[in-house]
Design a binder for this molecule. Structure first.
Ligand SMILES: Nc1ncnc2c1ncn2[C@@H]1O[C@H](COP(=O)(O)OP(=O)(O)OP(=O)(O)O)[C@@H](O)[C@H]1O
Ligand SMILES: [Mg+2]
Length: 381
């Protein structure tokens, strides 16, 4: 500092000058820091823009440590996060990680996926009255699925174990899903449906995790019926061809088998599955303790066709309709075809603004639906 020479006014001036120069100095430093911050921000954004990997939080280990599993390759690792982020994470949270494996942000929650992929109905409103024919098959399913839930004491008294899993197989549209729902209704159980093909084709890398979720949900919502539709997508013999896609399907299948093995036959979660191709199923699925009761759901015979037509025409005003004649015309039709015929006949009457549905409407509808079915078959062959 300069000497003031004793004059107080000069001394003050010098002090002010001195402070001003310090201020300038700091301003320059501040500018530098502001530039550095901007530069770091840019770098940071750049880092965030780098391709990110998706991982799922498996567990929180405390002290900011998080146990993650990367989706796709299933690599597991532990990373460190700040307190604020730590508080927002829980097992099942999906996060984006950069290539240094630090969590960049939260993506969502894997539990959201189970809502997307699983269809859940608390006691569905389908009853056995909605099903035409299939009396023997329905009784078999009730014995294996419903009675263990509603009358477990019978099994205990007699000392037999109900089957672990029930597999329904038959052509598309013959009422497999319908039966499963009606049984859930009768047992006042939650019906949880998951499609095997969606599981492996839509939720790639999440299959095994979703199977785990499925069974967790089933236990949470018990009594419940787990219904795995198109199970051949998860467990066909072609699954093991060594490609990475098949490795993924294999993992999903393994998880399903493990879940089934860990289940009590007498518990209040019952397991059902459906397929059109029982011949293609991995034998591991059919072993005792897995899907050990296989029930065939055939095409409806004449009597069943009459009943199915009546069910779907129940609310219609009919004008001299001869169901016997329609039954004759619909050999090889499925329940779904018969439903389509009723709907189509109804539409014909509506278009004519008629007072009811006539025999002619039905016969035209049969021809139309048959033509559509044949066109479909051509498409697939
Ligand atoms: N036995 C039946 N009685 C009454 N309606 C039936 C019957 N079978 C099928 N249907 C009708 O066809 C529709 C489809 O049946 P469902 O979904 O049960 O077939 P599915 O056997 O599960 O077929 P997929 O193999 O294609 O899944 C049902 O909504 C129902 O309206
Ligand atoms: Mg179905």
């Amino acid at each position: 500092m300069l000497s003031s020479g004793g004059d107080p006014e000069i001394s003050w001036k010098l002090k002010v000058q001195d402070l001003e120069s310090q201020l300038l100095d700091l301003k320059v430093k501040n500018d530098e820091l502001v530039r550095e911050v901007a530069q770091l921000k840019r770098e940071n954004n750049q880092l965030k823009r780098m391709p990110l990997f998706v991982a799922v939080v498996i567990d929180l280990l405390g002290k900011g440590e998080v146990y993650l599993r990367q989706q796709g390759n299933n690599q597991e690792y532990i990373t460190h996060v700040n307190d604020e982020l730590f508080r927002q994470l829980k097992p099942g949270t999906k996060v984006a990680v950069n290539n240094a494996l630090s969590i960049v942000r939260i993506v969502g929650n894997i539990f959201d996926a189970r809502v997307r992929v699983m269809e859940l109905e608390e006691s569905p409103d389908i009853t056995f009255e909605n099903i035409g024919g299939l009396l023997k098959e329905i009784e078999e399913v009730r014995e294996a699925v419903e009675y263990p839930l509603t009358r477990p004491e019978i099994f205990e008294r007699v000392g037999v174990e109900p089957p672990k899993g029930i597999l329904l197989f038959g052509p598309p549209g013959t009422g497999k899903t319908l039966i499963a729902k009606a049984v859930a209704h009768e047992a006042r159980a939650t019906f949880i449906r998951m499609s095997g093909s969606e599981l492996v084709h839509k939720y790639i890398g999440e299959g095994a995790q979703l199977v785990r979720e499925l069974f967790l949900l089933a236990r949470e919502k018990s009594p419940s019926i787990v219904f795995i539709d198109e199970i051949d997508a998860v467990g066909s013999t072609r699954t093991n061809d060594g490609t990475s896609g098949s490795a993924e399907v294999q993992r999903t299948l393994m998880q399903l088998l493990a879940e089934m093995d860990g289940f009590d036959n007498r518990g209040d979660v019952r397991i059902m599955a459906a397929t059109n191709r029982v011949d293609m199923l991995d034998p591991a699925l059919l072993r005792p303790g897995r899907f050990d009761r296989v029930i065939s759901i055939p095409l409806p015979d004449k009597g069943a066709r009459r009943e199915i037509l009546k069910i779907h025409a129940r609310k219609m005003t009919l004008i001299d309709v001869d169901f016997e004649r329609i039954m004759e015309m619909t050999e090889n039709a499925t329940g779904a075809d018969l439903q389509a015929i009723c709907r189509e006949a109804g539409m014909m009457a509506v278009r004519k603004e008629a007072t009811g549905v006539s025999q002619d409407d039905f016969e035209k509808a049969v021809r139309k639906v048959k033509a559509e079915v044949i066109a479909d078959l051509r498409m697939y062959t």
